[in-house]
Write a protein that binds this ligand. Sequence first.
Ligand code: GDP
Ligand code: MG
Length: 438
Amino acid sequence: SLAEKLQGAFKNLKGKGKLTEKDVKDAMREVKLALLEADVNFKVVKDFIKSVTDRAVGEEVLQSLTPAQQVIKIVNEELTALMGTTQSKLKYASQPPTIIMMAGLQGAGKTTTCGKLGQLLKKDGKKPLLVACDVYRPAAIKQLQVVGEKLDIPVFEMGDQVSPVEIAKKALEHAAYYTYDVVIVDTAGRLHIDEKLMQELIDVKAAIDPTEILLVLDAMTGQDAVNVAEHFNEQLEVNGVILTKLDGDTRGGAALSVKAVTGKPIKYACVGEKLTDIEAFYPDRMASRILGMGDMLSLIEKAQENFSDDKAKKLEKKFKTQTFDLEDFLEQLEQLQKMGPIGDLLGMIPGMNKGAMKDVQVDDKDLNRTKAIIQSMTLKERQEPSIINGSRRKRIANGSGVHVSEVNRLLKQFEQTKKMMKQFGQMEKRMKRGGGGF
Ligand code: GDP
Ligand code: MG
């Protein structure tokens, strides 16, 4: 993978105390190959390597005590910059409704993404309407309706005998009348760009004057996706990109090139077929992911902000001696809560899979119940959770007013956290020992 190749490129640097300009340039040659192999646009790679090299061969870096880390940090920063540096938010119309028009090739994920975005906006308190303007693909309307039903979001359609321009216009009247505040327009795609498709999109755009045109791109298609983006952007002037199928075995090329080539930011990333598999796109997080560090950098930052040295040392000892108990767990949960949802944190750790994260997600309400459960335990039980058998579980459940299954879940969470902390501890050790080896 790209991450492995990049780490390989840095490996030689790490073994050395002091770096020379040649060391850096050798490493950069490897980085360059890795990026090209990941299907990143050639010109983007060239510019990228130049910026990194210019910064990395500076006196400060080469003279520093940890030159390898400095170089990695620069690569990380430049990758982040390449993707736009900061998160690009969705623009809302000053006068509702906000009109979002989807565009993209067939199969890119437009229809699915209409639902995903609707779901996200609905969660945000908006009242979205989906509009079925794909009158060509058989069952395209039905597909959007199924999506809408699952999410309980209404779908406006007029069958497939009316022109997309007409449907879109009528949908806006409908939205105004029923006070929808966001209108998401699904459009038709073709297998390849063709002029008829483009003209139709241009006509729809002219008819409804969208607040945002979002280009849906399949990340699996790498540089092709970027070529498509360039063409669509020339004709339609899109506002941003939604990158789909990032869950697949993508090489990263599309994510890294699209902003640099088109000037348009990636606003959302889709990471699966489920309607909840969408997230806001953060260039810095993506960069760390591409570097194969999970979000280690931000995790370490967060951890440093929240844990005092003392506490961390005490905790580390507990992990090492395997004396981490439920009381520590409770304290940890409170600390982690300050740092954000624990699921996010786990996702930052390289190698943690999503499945494991789901079981460990904690929110405020959960946390208070968790507290109640632990407080219903005897001190001995807290210190030695393995003694909590069936009858004890029942007693604890009764005491804290929860169902036994919640006690079970908590104990499972505890075990998982223990495992995760162990993993984290080992990783930290490796980082210290290996002169910063990620
Ligand atoms: P459209 O032709 O652009 O409207 O694309 P669709 O929404 O019909 O999606 C085409 C296929 O891609 C469907 O099978 C979707 O389930 C799938 N798909 C869409 N987004 C994602 C994603 O983020 N990850 C994965 N794995 N599949 C996706
Ligand atoms: Mg579709």
